[in-house]
Design a binder for this molecule. Structure first.
Ligand code: CAA
Ligand code: FAD
Length: 380
C-alpha cells in the first residue's frame, strides 16, 4: 500500500494552495459579509482548469483523477468554502453527471462549456417537500411526445442565480414512483423558468443559493439524460461521487481552522507563556490533528476507490459523515483557542465554524449518510 502523493498530485496541491492564498483570501471576509458571489475568482478557477477537473480533455476538461479533485477541494476550502462549493457542484454533480450519463450531442452542447468554466451549472433535486425524502418529487415533467412540460419548484439550489445550465430532476409518471422520474437539462432563459430571491444564510454566504420556479417550461426530449425513468438513479449515482467532494470540503474547512489555531496558539501569550504550552490547548490541537488525519484518510480512500473503478457509495458516505463532524468539532475548538478574537470576523475561524455546518446538511444530511451506511452494512 502506497500512501505517498505523486508529483502531479503535489503540484495540484501547490497550485490550489497558491490560488487560495493569492486569489481567495483577499476579500473573503467582505464577500461573506456582503453575501457576494466570488465571480472573478470562479472565472479564474475555470481558466486554470479547476471547474472540469475530472472531465476528459476532449470535452475541455483537465482529465485528472478524483484524488486530484479532492486535494484541490481541500486546499480551496481551507480559505473559502463559498468558492469551493461552486467547484464541487460544477465538477462532481454537473460535469461528472453529464460525462457519465449524457448523450454525445448533450456532451458537445453543454459539457464542453461547463468543463471549461465558460458557464457554470446547477444540480436541482431538492424541493420544499422533498429534501432528504428525495423520491417524493412534486415537480412534474409531463411527456408531450417530442417535449416535456416542466412545472414545480426547486429550492436551495447552489449556483441558482449564476448558473447557465441546470440539471433538473422531475416526476414524469407518478404511478411508477422513483422509476418514473427523469433528469432534464434546462437552460437559463427558457420561457417560464424563473429564479427566486437569494437565500440569506448562516454560512457559505458568498455562494449563490436560490429557489427556482418552473411554469410550463417546454423542454425538448433530446434534453433528457439517459433512458425514460433514469432520473432518480442519475441523481443517486451522481450524488455518490458528490459526497466525496463535500467530504473534501469539510476536511479543508477543518484543516484551515486547525492551521490558524496552531499558529495563534504559538503566538498568543497567557500566564507568561504561549498558550500552546498549556496542556489544555496542546491536547485540543492533538485531538484536531488526529481527527483531520483520519478524515483525510477516509476522503482520499474513497477518491482512490472511485479512481480504481471500485464501488464508492459506502466509503463516500462514511467520508462525508466523518469529515463533516470533524469540520464542526474542529472549527468550534479553533474559535475556543482564539478566545475573544475567535468571536470576531478578522480571525477567520468564526466564518469557518459557520461554513462547517452546511457540510452536515447538503448532499444528504448526516442522518441520511447513516441510512446509506447502515443499509449497506446490514445488507452485507
Ligand atoms: N446508486 C444507484 N442507485 C441507487 C443509489 C446509488 N447510490 N442509491 C439508491 N439507489 C436506487 C435504489 O437501488 C432504488 O432503485 P431500485 O428500486 O431499482 O433498487 C432507488 O434508487 C430508490 O432507492 P431507495 O429505495 O433506497 O430510496 P429511499 O426513498 O429509501 O431513499 C435515500 C434513499 C438514500 C435516503 C435518498 O433519498 C437520498 O439520498 N436522500 C438524500 C437526498 C440528497 O442527498 N440530496 C442532495 C441534493 S444536492 C445538494 O445538496 C447539492 C449541494 O448542496 C451542493
Ligand atoms: P429534511 O429532509 O426536512 O430533514 C430535516 C431533518 O430531519 C434533518 O435533520 C434530516 O436529517 C432529518 N431526517 C429526514 N428524514 C430522516 C430519516 N428518514 N431518518 C432520520 N432523520 C431524517 N439541493 C439541491 O438539490 N441542489 C443544491 O445545489 C443544493 N444546495 C444547497 C445549498 C444549501 C446552502 C442548502 C442549505 C441546501 C442545499 N440543497 C441543495 C438542499 C439540501 O440537499 C437539503 O437541504 C438536504 O438534503 C436536507 O433536506 P431538507 O432541508 O428538506 O431537510
Amino acid at each position: 500500500m502506497d500512501f505517498s502523493l505523486s508529483e502531479e498530485h503535489l503540484m495540484i496541491r501547490q497550485a490550489a494552495r497558491d490560488f487560495a492564498q493569492n486569489e481567495l483570501l483577499p476579500g473573503v471576509i467582505e464577500r461573506d459579509d456582503a453575501q457576494k458571489f466570488p465571480a472573478e475568482q470562479i472565472k479564474k478557477l475555470g481558466e486554470l482548469g479547476f471547474l472540469g477537473m475530472m472531465t476528459d480533455i476532449k470535452y475541455n476538461g483537465s482529465g485528472m483523477d478524483t484524488l486530484s479533485y479532492v486535494i484541490a477541494m481541500e486546499e480551496l476550502s481551507k480559505v473559502d468554502a463559498s468558492a469551493s462549493v461552486v467547484v464541487s457542484v460544477n465538477n462532481s454533480l454537473v460535469c461528472w453527471g453529464l460525462e457519465a450519463f449524457a448523450s454525445e450531442e448533450q456532451k458537445q452542447k453543454y459539457l464542453t462549456r461547463l468543463a471549461s468554466g465558460e458557464v457554470i451549472g446547477a444540480f436541482c433535486l431538492s424541493e420544499p417537500e422533498a429534501g432528504s425524502d428525495a423520491t417524493s418529487q412534486k415537480t412534474t415533467a409531463i411527456d408531450k411526445g417530442d417535449h416535456y412540460i416542466l412545472n414545480g419548484t426547486k429550492n436551495w439550489i447552489t449556483n441558482g442565480g449564476t448558473a447557465d445550465t441546470y440539471l433538473v430532476i422531475a416526476q414524469t409518471d407518478k404511478e411508477k414512483g422513483h422509476k418514473g422520474i427523469n433528469a432534464l437539462i434546462v437552460e437559463k432563459g427558457m420561457p417560464g423558468f424563473e429564479i427566486g430571491p437569494k437565500e440569506n444564510k448562516l454560512g457559505i454566504r458568498g455562494s449563490d443559493t436560490h429557489s427556482l420556479n418552473f411554469n410550463d417550461v417546454k423542454i425538448p426530449k433530446e434534453n433528457r439524460i439517459g433512458e425514460d425513468g433514469f432520473g432518480f438513479k442519475f441523481a443517486m449515482k451522481t450524488l455518490a461521487g458528490g459526497r466525496i467532494g463535500i467530504a473534501a470540503q469539510a476536511l479543508g474547512i477543518a484543516a484551515g481552522a486547525y492551521e490558524l489555531a496552531l499558529k495563534y496558539s504559538k503566538e498568543r501569550k497567557a500566564f507568561g507563556t504561549e498558550i500552546a504550552n498549556h496542556q489544555a490547548i496542546a491536547f485540543k490541537l492533538a485531538d484536531m490533528h488526529v481527527q483531520i488525519e483520519a478524515a483525510r484518510n477516509l476522503v482520499y480512500k474513497s477518491a482512490w476507490q472511485k479512481d480504481q473503478g471500485l464501488n464508492y457509495d459506502l466509503s463516500g458516505a462514511i467520508a462525508k459523515l466523518y469529515a463533516s463532524k470533524v469540520a464542526m468539532d474542529t472549527t468550534i475548538e479553533a474559535v475556543q483557542i482564539h478566545g475573544g478574537n475567535g468571536f470576531v470576523k478578522d480571525y477567520h475561524v468564526e466564518r469557518l465554524m459557520r461554513d462547517a455546518k452546511i457540510t452536515q446538511i447538503y448532499e444528504g444530511t448526516s442522518e441520511i449518510q447513516k441510512i446509506v451506511i447502515s443499509r449497506s452494512i446490514l445488507k452485507d
